[in-house]
Write a protein of this length. Structure first.
Length: 403
């Protein structure tokens, strides 16, 4: 099988996902086009240089609907002969775009692809597209649906994580993110976002709160306790599914959960011949990809079984992985991953994560692959694994090997 290599990976800074956020004036199409142009310019791509643009975004409605990927190509400087494919695997959409592209290259369906994703959460509200699993009673009742925040609290209850455990992880995420920015660890991958006049709008992740400490987090009330206990009473649904639990311990709040932000990211993937044609040196090879379905109620445990799957399928063990990027959707997701594999915290999200910098849903999977690659190069390590939990009970993972 043909090897699939990563030749480049870039991302925009993450802007606060609200009206006063720096990226609020930029549409999903225009932000995606800037990423596509960045990859084109950095790698001197001309004509039908890539087979396809595969682009993830979660809330596919309004300005983020209508095959955003193709619209982004037309809004960019890429040749119009390049098509576009919009995909949605919820929070893993950006990673799934990369994985699909890699497997297309490995299977011989074209020499190269651009893959990634976007989410403008301040412009297109999460959940505004509707979801049968949440709003269709015939589906929701059978699957014991609860919102993700309740799911995160179920994980904490089931696996014994305290409020202090979650808050400590959040404080460390903030510390690591600030240290990474102070040390210019993201400089290779950050694409400054510009307005239509070419003026810089944002060149740094603006969601970060480096002053965060245990005391400031301790003052926050649990975000999901009311919807769990009072109205509409999702705890009762969860306890019907998990009767061995006496009650749900609500530990998550805005400070130990991922931030709502705007952002986009792209990865250039190709075979050996593509690199030779454009004079590009591969930075890593995509060694393996995987996805899996999991319990839709607890929902967010997917990183554990998908990691078990990808390692087993490829004859590897957890000790073969040097670095991990586990999306910080909620603190308990990362705590459970480290608990399940007895992984040293110094190997996980070493430059901070979505709690500190935010989680632009459709882009995050591509972002963490790029972050993982940058850190493998910076630290001189060899093999990294990126993984995300996914709404409605799924998991996705990618293993890359530095060249």
């Amino acid at each position: 099988m043909t090897e699939a290599y990563i030749y480049d990976a870039i991302r925009t800074p993450r802007g606060k996902g609200r009206k006063d956020g720096s990226l609020h004036e930029v549409t999903s199409v225009r932000l995606s086009a800037q990423v596509l142009n960045g990859l084109k310019e950095r790698n001197n791509l001309e004509g039908h240089a890539v087979e396809d643009v595969i682009w993830g975004n979660v809330t596919q409605v309004g300005e983020q609907g209508g095959c955003l990927a193709r619209t982004a190509v037309l809004a960019s400087d890429l040749d119009q002969s390049i098509p576009g494919l919009a995909i949605n695997r919820f929070c893993a959409s950006g990673m799934e775009a990369v994985n699909i592209a890699a497997n297309q290259v490995r299977g011989g369906a074209g020499e190269a692809y651009i893959a990634g994703g976007v989410e403008m959460m301040g412009r297109v509200a999460m959940g505004s597209d509707g979801a049968a699993i949440a709003v269709d009673p015939s589906v929701a009742m059978d699957s014991y649906f609860v919102p993700q925040g309740i799911s995160a609290d179920i994980i904490a209850t089931e696996y014994g994580f305290s409020r202090d455990d979650a808050d400590s992880l959040a404080v460390e995420s903030q510390r690591r993110a600030k240290a990474a920015w102070d040390d210019n660890r993201f400089a290779k991958s950050i694409l400054t976002v510009r307005d239509q006049n070419g003026l810089a709008i944002l060149d740094h992740d603006e969601f970060m709160r480096p002053q965060t400490n245990m005391q400031s987090l301790g003052a926050l009330n649990p975000s999901f306790q009311a919807m769990g206990e009072v109205m509409p009473g999702f705890d009762k649904i969860a306890l019907m599914k998990y009767p061995h639990l006496e009650r749900i311990n609500h530990i998550h709040h805005a400070g130990n959960s991922s931030g709502i932000v705007d952002g986009a990211a792209g990865v250039l993937i190709g075979n050996k011949e593509f690199g030779e044609k454009y004079g590009l040196k591969p930075r890593a090879r995509i060694r393996a990809t995987a996805k899996i379905g999991t319990d839709p109620t607890i929902m967010l445990t997917g990183p554990v079984p998908v990691t078990e799957k990808i390692l087993k399928d490829n004859g590897m063990s957890i000790s073969d992985i040097d670095l991990f990027e586990v999306n910080e959707a909620f603190a308990s997701v990362v705590l459970r991953f480290m608990q399940a594999f007895d992984v040293d915290a110094d190997k996980v999200n070493v430059n901070g994560g979505s709690i500190a910098m935010g989680h632009p849903l459709g882009a995050t999977g591509a972002i963490i692959i790029g972050t993982l690659l940058d850190e493998l190069e910076r630290s001189g390590k060899g093999v990294g694994l990126a993984t995300l939990c996914i709404a409605s009970g799924m998991g996705a993972a990618t293993i890359i090997e530095r060249i």
